[in-house]
Structures are given as C-alpha cells and as structure tokens.
Design a protein around this ligand. Sequence first.
Ligand SMILES: [Zn+2]
Length: 145
Amino acid sequence: MKVFLNPGHAPGGHPDPGAVNSESGLRECDVALAVGQSAESYLNAAGVATELLQSDSLEEICEASNASDADIFVSIHCNAAEAEEANGTETWACAGSYRGSMLASCIQNQIVDALDTKDRGVKIATPGVNGLYVLTNTDMPAVLV
Ligand SMILES: [Zn+2]
C-alpha cells in the first residue's frame, strides 16, 4: 500500500501561499505541509509507504503521483473564509470515481469523528463544471481534503 500526499499550494508560500490569516500571518501552505508530514509519519508507522510532494505546479504533482505507483492520492488543503459560519470539514472526489468517493467518505468520517468538526460532507467535482485538476488528472482513487 502506498499513499501519495500532496500538501496544497507552493512550498514556502512562493508564489502561492493559499489562504493567509491577515492577523496572525498563518499560511495554508505551512499548515497543509505540517498536516501532510504528520499524516506521513502515522502512515509510515503503520507500515504504509508514502510519497509527499508540495508544488506550485499541478502538472508536476499529477505526473509525480501517476509515476509513483501509489494506490491512493490525497491532497490536503485548509480553506478560509471571512464568514464565521463557513467552517467544517469537506472532502472532494472526482465524479465517476466510485473508489474515490469511498475513500473520500472514509477520510471525511475519520476527520469529523477525530476533530469534532462540522460535517460539510463529501463533495463531487465534475470535470468541466467544478472539476479539480489534481482529481481529474491522477490515475488512482484521489481525494482533496
Ligand atoms: Zn488550498
């Protein structure tokens, strides 16, 4: 079993840090990397092989994951919004991917149970409508958390 982990946005925040807290300066790229490295440690301790790549190039991420013989792909993000009522956990899978949707449900339930976050549910990304590049262009079951 091998998991490809993709912390979202650019390493070091250049050029794209993702969401940034205007008061604290906390950047999504740093949080996603920390979460990805933590997940990698847990997976490795459980005997699961991993590959982790944070890159500003979505093409590079998809090429690396498709060449990695990973069984699943997990992209990690931490969205932000001004509205306080916008909070919780959601996990995206690609339309038409049954195994991706199953994986999304498993991860979604684990996070909501472990962190007691608001369950925003599993979302389906449809290529050409609201598709997400890394879900559309990876060969294995893929999710964006
Ligand atoms: Zn993001």
